[in-house]
Design a protein around this ligand. Structure first.
Ligand code: ADP
Ligand code: MG
Length: 261
């Protein structure tokens, strides 16, 4: 497993954590049928935090972040996102989806739409933003992820790293306050990982609240203010990165780190 070198100087002074709560998860449990996948999860995320979630495959990392934007439903406990409790009320789901962007391992772009159309689809049809304005916003974010010249191509004509940067730009077009990333670089060739991590570092430097499931421990060390270790559906341990990597507390964390570092 690579601990990708981040050559870029990370500007930590911009990355302030506020005392305002962005996400509050209390005693949350989730089952898939009879399988108890998330167990008594408690987590408070403050605005401006960059949290890396690590842990072995199958530990529930994806399920946890999918619960936060209601791609999955929890069965007990509470999830409150930016003051809105996730419940069966669909209005709340809409509100939360509009505030929380998500980037997946497999970019999930629409293959039959151009890059620009991928970025304007939801703003036009969900947010009812006029097409011209949506296109201007899309170009702004495509410039930000450094691929404005690809706007009229189709996803299949782009490299994996470029497609993932489009996926990030597409999320940003909805002006989210929180971004969730589920192994955003796991499907990429090594030479493309850096360009995606660089984009994520820029977002962090701009103060975006980010939850990132990743095996890129270099990113965790340099960008995260907190690393959470999950195993078997539980948050086993969490700490600021230096302590987390140099002084892991639980045996499960030690074993995990010995396998990936
Ligand atoms: P991670 O992202 O840490 O690898 P996941 O959240 O994807 O873990 O999965 C946690 C556990 O839940 C795994 O045992 C997985 O097989 C199981 N699981 C994931 N999605 C489903 C589903 N839709 N239905 C049933 N079991 C699932
Ligand atoms: Mg996963």
């Amino acid at each position: 497993m690579s601990a990708m070198e981040i050559e870029r100087e990370v500007n930590r002074s911009q990355m302030q954590v506020s005392d305002k709560v962005a996400i509050e998860i209390k005693d949350m449990n989730k089952w898939y049928g009879s399988f108890h996948v998330l167990r008594d999860v408690n987590l408070t995320v403050y605005e401006g935090e960059r949290i890396v979630i690590a842990g072995p495959s199958g530990s529930g990392k994806s399920t946890l972040i999918r619960c936060i934007n209601r791609l999955e439903e929890h069965q007990s406990g509470q999830i409150v996102v930016d003051g809105t409790e996730l419940s069966s009320d669909l209005k709340n789901v809409d509100k939360v989806r509009s505030e929380v962007g998500m980037v997946f391992q497999h970019f999930n772009l629409f293959p039959h739409l151009t890059i620009l159309e991928n970025c304007t689809l939801a703003p036009i049809w969900v947010r009812k933003i006029p097409r011209k304005e949506a296109e201007e916003t899309a170009m702004h974010f495509l410039e930000k992820v450094k691929i404005p010249e690809q706007a009229n191509k189709y996803p299949g004509q782009l490299s994996g790293g470029q497609q993932q940067r489009v996926a990030i730009a597409r999320s940003l077009c909805m002006k989210p306050r929180i971004m969730l990333f589920d192994e955003p670089t796991s499907a990429l060739d090594p030479e493309m990982i850096k360009e995606v991590l660089d984009t994520m570092i820029e977002l962090a430097e701009e103060g975006m609240t980010m939850l990132v499931v990743t095996h890129e421990m270099g990113f965790a060390q340099q960008v995260a203010n907190r690393v959470i270790f999950m195993d078997a559906g539980q948050i086993v341990e969490q700490n600021e990165p230096t302590e987390f990597f140099n002084n892991p507390q639980s045996e499960r964390t030690k074993l995990f780190l010995s396998q990936i570092l």
